[in-house]
Design a protein around this ligand. Structure first.
Ligand code: ASP
Length: 358
């Protein structure tokens, strides 16, 4: 979608965006915070008190920066709902002390964490920007330097009414994405993330550009709310040609599993084999929730378009529209954590909470 309105920060010096903002930078773990040990060449976490040794440009930044590391710091492949709860609490407790927040995070599950944080909060009016890097900050060719410096500028950028980019976003390799629309798609390119179903919020080049019509601005004055607890009893069931009853049955009969993200083909299609539909029906009848999400990166689930998805619809499977798997999993964990009735949960599932579906 071509931007209808382009905000170009041409005269940064004269603009409010360059007045001093105070930002909390939170290291959670991952490559961006690593330097190479001069002795054994292993990667070890950096001491953020001395980060300006690695990035001298930080000394030229006029904003007030405070650095903290979460305890524990983890490789993002080890992230769990407890870590998200700690991240969300850190923002919540410091919300009135800082103008914006930056999470330095591993790339592997950054899209999950950004989605999770977007559901932890309602009416989040301050920027929460996730960034990371493919190469450690201590290496000469690191992508972390630009990612971090631009994330700082973006978190500090001001609009007439307050922050330019409120809510949770990911900044990576020149692009600003809505956090809960993003997926990691490359393990080696510097541009590691895509947001196939939602246009970018901004772009950095010579200037920082913001596409304001893509940014969700909360109503001014609405109180910040934190949904603290997530329920982790959610699973992903990815269908594939030749999928067997022996594989699916133990999953759908697992009593702990409260909700399943069913990753289907194309526009929401799966096998029409009787055993499969019967298992889905009995899982839903026993109280479980099934959300249909496409394995395709782009496009939307349309249950009923083909016979192969009509059966799912009739069984009570919920169509996930154009949601990502990352957002689907974390949305379900968040809704289940609220201990609401299944009826209310399904209503919330069907509606956008934080811009995660069209
Ligand atoms: N495994 C690392 C992580 O996600 C990779 C990275 O930092 O990008 O934490």
């Amino acid at each position: 979608m071509p931007p209808k309105f382009l905000e170009i920060d041409k005269k940064r010096k004269q603009m409010k965006s360059n007045t001093q903002q105070s930002l909390l930078i939170i290291y959670t773990g991952g490559t961006i915070g690593m330097i190479e040990d001069t002795g054994d060449k292993s990667l070890k976490p950096i001491d953020f008190n001395h980060i300006s040794k690695e990035i001298p440009e930080l000394k030229k930044i006029s904003h007030k920066l405070k650095w903290i590391s979460l305890d524990p710091i983890v490789d993002s492949s080890d992230i769990k709902p407890e870590n998200w709860e700690l991240m969300a609490e850190t923002v919540y407790k410091n919300h009135y002390k800082f103008d914006g927040f930056i999470f330095l995070h591993g790339t592997d599950t950054m899209a999950y964490s950004a989605s999770a944080l977007s559901f932890h909060f309602e009416n989040l009016a301050k920027p929460v920007i996730f960034t990371g890097s493919q190469l450690p900050i201590g290496l000469v060719r690191t992508d972390g330097r630009e990612n971090l410096l631009s994330a700082i500028e973006i978190a500090a950028a001001q609009n007439n009414n307050g922050p330019m980019v409120p809510g949770v976003s990911i900044y990576f390799e020149n692009k600003l994405f809505q956090g809960n629309r993003t997926t990691k798609y490359s393990a080696e390119n510097f541009n590691a993330f895509v947001s196939p179903n939602y246009p970018i919020l901004g772009e950095s080049g010579v200037y920082l550009k913001f596409f304001k019509e893509n940014i969700h601005y909360p109503k001014l004055g609405d109180k910040l709310r934190l949904h603290k607890k997530f329920n982790p009893h959610v699973g992903i069931l990815k269908v594939f040609p030749g999928i067997t009853k022996e594989f699916v049955e133990p999953i759908l009969k697992n009593k702990h599993l409260r909700a399943i993200v069913l990753e289907t083909f194309g526009a929401g299609n799966a096998t029409t084999e009787k055993w499969f539909i019967t298992l889905i029906i009995s899982y839903i009848k026993s109280g479980g929730v099934v959300l249909n999400v496409s394995q395709c990166l782009a496009g939307t689930v349309e249950q009923g378009k083909y016979e192969t998805s009509l059966e799912l619809k009739k069984a009570g499977v919920f169509g996930g529209s154009d949601i990502t798997t990352e957002a689907a999993v974390t949305k379900l964990m968040c809704l289940l954590g609220q201990n609401i009735s299944k009826k209310k949960l399904l209503i919330r599932l069907n509606n956008s909470i934080s811009g995660e579906i069209n």
